[in-house]
Design a protein around this ligand. Sequence first.
Ligand code: SF4
Length: 182
Amino acid sequence: MKELPQIEIENASKATFDCVFPTCGGACCKQGRPPVEPGERERIARHLKKFLPHMREKARKLVERSGFVTKRVKSGQPMMAVSEGWCVFENQGCVLHKVGALEGDRFKYKPWYCAVFPLEREAKGKWYVRQWKVKGEGWDLFCLNPKESKKKALESCAGELEFARRFDGGREGWRKSEVDLV
Ligand code: SF4
């Protein structure tokens, strides 16, 4: 199989990050409205029955009634729905993450936008680590404050970085496709 491409992370030398979930209560999923690509929507919809029993009751009812995405659009894609102030799939952690992890791949059901966090890909394809004061970061999550941790983001986010390399290497192509075969 073709080797994964190396990717350049613009602020790699300075960025720090340490995920303290569950201590933070899953704050990055509060009002979480990630854009969801066509292949991701298809995969989540196809496996929805698996996720429903793990969801918060109100979120489950909302999804059963009107779906898991809304008419709001970000980066050209519909955004995830929110219930009681939280992403519909948040329930003491991400249900999509938990079910994926049980099946051996924590990223297989999550939108790529969530899977790479705290990495972010700019429209021109460059990657960087989200941090306060970097590129006008407007989210006041404490974990994005570089002073909160001394851990180098590239080490603490090795899994996310590997995912980003797969993403750039075309191995996550199903996400942007209309047809998901898995
Ligand atoms: S899909 Fe999962 S990781 Fe993304 S915002 Fe929702 S609960 Fe959080």
